[in-house]
Design a protein around this ligand. Structure first.
Ligand SMILES: N[C@@H](CCC(=O)N[C@@H](CS)C(=O)NCC(=O)O)C(=O)O
Length: 295
């Protein structure tokens, strides 16, 4: 349906994976894009081998990992020696390659809408990240020291599908800005919030017409957007302003196959609550900032 991102052999520097058989997913527990992929794989009913990469320890910046993903991002899929990157593309690839419930529509109009909406969701990822890095845990626990970013920036000749890829530079800029400001600043929060107010308004309109984002039923589009809605709602975004979306969100949250993949250890959730409470005490929770800026 889209131009799915499969790496060219020349992009793959960690050549041992070329001989791997079966379905291997490189993922991180707390990564929203990984969670999305895991939920989709469960819905599809595929078996996969887990390779957990701890991005909090910068394991995604190693030469080995950058050799299968020049962007240094989670998730990454190896299937019978082929390497696929980008969560939405990975899901689409697996949907086409395996039997099981179809996660992508067959109707051409729905396909066109879904392509556009999946891209929209993906384009908002740095906004999800900004809110996560501000409100999930204290900056000292979240930030990437400059020397880790230096390693990331220096590693590897960066090609994707045989062509120079500019994605890493965008990532590096994000981390450098965060370090320069010692965290995510209010302006970034408001920018992200504004994007989600618009996006959620669009989702609300769809859900006024049908139970799922597409008329034909649940698809990977619901999974992809749900992960975003889940993440930012937990960080304090007022999703309840969008009543149909809030019901849709709650319906998936009640499902074991969704809840399981986004679960975090209780001590982490406690830490996150304390961190958000500290912002609230100084008047800078997400909703307090929104109120100050008239959102
Ligand atoms: N568009 C990419 C985004 C991937 C992405 O940014 N993944 C995050 C985790 S959700 C990551 O790997 N971050 C690297 C880091 O924090 O060092 C996708 O959908 O796969």
């Amino acid at each position: 349906m889209t131009d799915m991102v499969k790496l060219a052999i020349s992009d793959i520097k960690t050549t041992e994976v070329l001989n791997w058989e079966g379905l291997h997913l490189f993922h991180f527990m707390g990564s929203s894009c990984s969670q999305k992929t895991r939920i989709a794989f469960a819905a599809k009913g595929v078996e996969w081998e887990s390779h957990h990469v701890d991005i909090s320890k910068f394991e995604n910046f190693t030469k080995w990992f950058m050799g299968i993903n020049p962007r240094g991002l989670m998730p990454t899929l190896v299937h019978d020696g082929d390497v696929h990157i980008e969560s939405n593309d990975i899901i689409e690839y697996v949907d086409g390659a395996f039997d099981g419930p179809k996660l992508f529509p067959t109707d051409p109009d729905e396909q066109a809408f879904m392509r556009e909406s999946m891209k929209y969701e993906d384009d908002l990822h740095l906004c999800v990240r900004a809110l996560t890095f501000r409100y999930f845990l204290p900056v000292e626990m979240m930030k990437k020291p400059d020397d880790a970013v230096d390693v990331y920036e220096a590693e590897g000749a960066e090609t994707v599908a045989g062509e120079f890829d500019g994605r890493k530079a965008i990532e590096v800029e994000f981390w450098r800005k965060m370090n320069a400001n010692n965290g995510i600043i209010d302006e970034q929060v408001i920018d992200a919030v504004d994007q989600f107010l618009v996006a959620f308004g669009k989702l609300e309109k769809r859900l006024e017409q049908h139970e799922y984002l597409l008329a034909s039923g649940m698809t990977a589009l619901d999974i992809a957007w749900w992960i975003t809605v889940f993440r930012i709602t937990k960080l304090g975004f007022p999703t309840e302003r969008f009543p149909k979306l809030f019901i849709w969100y709650g319906k998936f949250l009640a499902r074991e196959d969704f809840a399981r993949e986004v679960a975090a250890p209780s001590e982490v959730m406690e830490m996150s609550k304390r961190h958000q409470a500290a912002y609230a005490a100084e008047g800078t929770s997400m909703q307090q900032l929104m109120a100050v800026h008239g959102r």
